[in-house]
Design a protein around this ligand. Structure first.
Ligand code: XIL
Length: 446
């Protein structure tokens, strides 16, 4: 083989490499083999509800540990579990789940600090200012106990009525005064300033429904008055009475446009239609601020609605068609923002170079907790930019803000693009024992 031929093959190989590399560009196809890995490649988490009582079931934990990188205690952090007698707190079952998750690098969603349901008897019997005080004390105690261990808290759950009224749900908490929700959020922020704080509800998926609009108006009001809210959880228990509708994506993006993250927090679908599961994943991936999906249980037999067989694994722990659909949707991702160039090479150079240039990105350390730390990156020299940052394994980025992130196949290299939120973005790194500072690899103006 002459040098010429070798060069030609070298070129072809380089072109092939470039094309293969393009498959891992942000927003394009990726190739994870588990829900968690594939979601991470898209800058999201994939979680499940976990019951402490099932952690001794090996078949259950095998799937949990393999597939998921976020967990939500199904009942163990509810008020009746954590404060069974007024002023006496009980955290054993919740801590079992938190420890199982965090020792394996999974993040934890806390669920839930204030709710009309699953209240202990003593709270059910309270009203007025005594109840308000007890509720705020509960929020403060529980959020303080788990401070630094919970990435996101569902601070308030299910506070709006079903139907066409658009009103708050009547409850003992609501009767303490309409400001009970914002009071709970302020108490949670004070107790754990590093946690993201969510409002969580069901039947808020259909954009045209009064309940959805009522929650939307509350979140808009909270944002305008500086009430500390960071995210909205959509339970998304879909069934024949409350089906998935195609305007779900509009709902997610409309809430996100208020300046909050959105999360699918308790997903299950009666009958587990693969098409519907796929749509939910595609809708989340289409919304930059939809940062994670949690299914409400692992196997159908673990579901609170087991007879609806609504989950991704059957009762024997085998993957269902819905699982394959979800994994494929996560791997296909969203429409490429930078489609790979398919134009064959030409002998004449293109008339103009694509707009690109350099910029400077400076990384600063920010808050540090027992298990994770924040970094802030300031970009100068461009208003539209792409910054590549790497973290050191086994570190994992668990949250980002003020940019649109995507990950390479390894999950250690994050590409952050400007998204109109300004020139400073930030992210949280789970240390997993390694406190090396993340490194800015490049800054490109676009
Ligand atoms: C459910 C649990 O899955 C059940 O085990 C329990 O008996 C009742 O609560 N909305 C929520 C969840 O926010 O906390 C509920 O979980 C399901 C509906």
């Amino acid at each position: 083989m002459g040098p010429r031929a070798r060069t030609a093959i070298g070129f072809a190989a380089a072109a092939l490499l470039a094309a293969t590399g393009a498959a891992f560009l942000p927003g394009t196809a990726s190739a994870g083999t588990t829900l968690g890995a594939s979601a991470t490649e898209k800058g999201r988490y994939f979680g499940t509800a976990v019951a402490a009582s099932r952690l001794s079931d090996g078949a259950y934990t095998t799937i949990l540990n393999r597939e998921f990188n976020s967990v939500t205690p199904e009942n163990e952090m509810k008020i009746d579990a954590t404060e069974p007698q007024q002023g006496q707190f009980s955290y054993g079952a919740a801590e079992q789940i938190v420890n199982h998750a965090r020792s394996r690098g999974m993040s934890v969603r806390g669920h839930t600090l204030a709710w009309h349901s699953q209240q202990p008897g003593w709270m059910q019997n309270m009203s007025g200012s005594a109840l308000r005080q007890a509720m705020l004390n509960h929020v403060t105690q529980v959020a303080t106990h788990f401070r630094g261990q919970i990435v996101t808290w569902d601070v308030v759950n299910e506070a709006f009525a079903d139907g066409s009224s658009g009103a708050r749900r009547d409850s003992n908490l609501q009767r303490t005064g309409n400001d009970w929700i914002e009071a709970a959020f302020r108490a949670a922020r004070a107790a754990d300033p590093g946690a993201k704080l969510c409002y969580n509800d069901y039947n808020t998926d259909n954009w045209t429904q009064a309940k959805t609009q009522a929650v939307y108006n509350m979140v808009r009001d909270f944002k305008s008055r500086g009430v500390p809210i960071d995210c909205v959880g959509f339970q998304s228990h879909f069934n024949n009475d409350s089906p998935y509708v195609s305007n779900y994506r509009t709902t997610l993006s409309s809430f996100a446009a208020l300046g909050v993250d959105v999360q699918v927090t308790e997903l299950d679908i009666q009958g587990a239609s693969a098409t519907t599961y796929r749509s939910v994943v595609e809708d989340c991936l289409a919304v930059a601020r939809c940062n994670g999906i949690t299914v409400w249980g692992i196997r159908d037999s673990d579901s609170w609605r087991a007879s609806q067989t609504p989950l991704l694994f059957n009762s024997s722990g085998q993957k269902k068609a819905a699982y394959d659909a979800v994994l494929a949707a996560l791997n296909n991702g969203t429409t490429p923002t930078n489609p790979p160039t398919t134009t064959p090479p030409t002998t004449t150079p293109p008339p103009t170079d694509p707009p690109s240039g350099s910029c400077t990105a400076t990384l600063q350390d920010s808050t540090r907790w027992g298990d994770r730390f924040n970094s802030q990156v300031t970009v100068s020299g461009a208003s539209s930019w792409t910054v590549v940052v790497s973290v050191t394994p086994p570190q994992k980025v668990s949250a980002t803000w003020n940019g649109s992130p995507s990950w390479d196949g390894s999950g250690n290299v994050m590409t952050m693009r400007s998204n109109g939120s300004g020139n400073v973005f930030g992210f949280t790194t789970m240390a997993n024992g390694n406190w090396t500072r993340p490194v800015v690899q490049s800054c490109t103006a676009s």
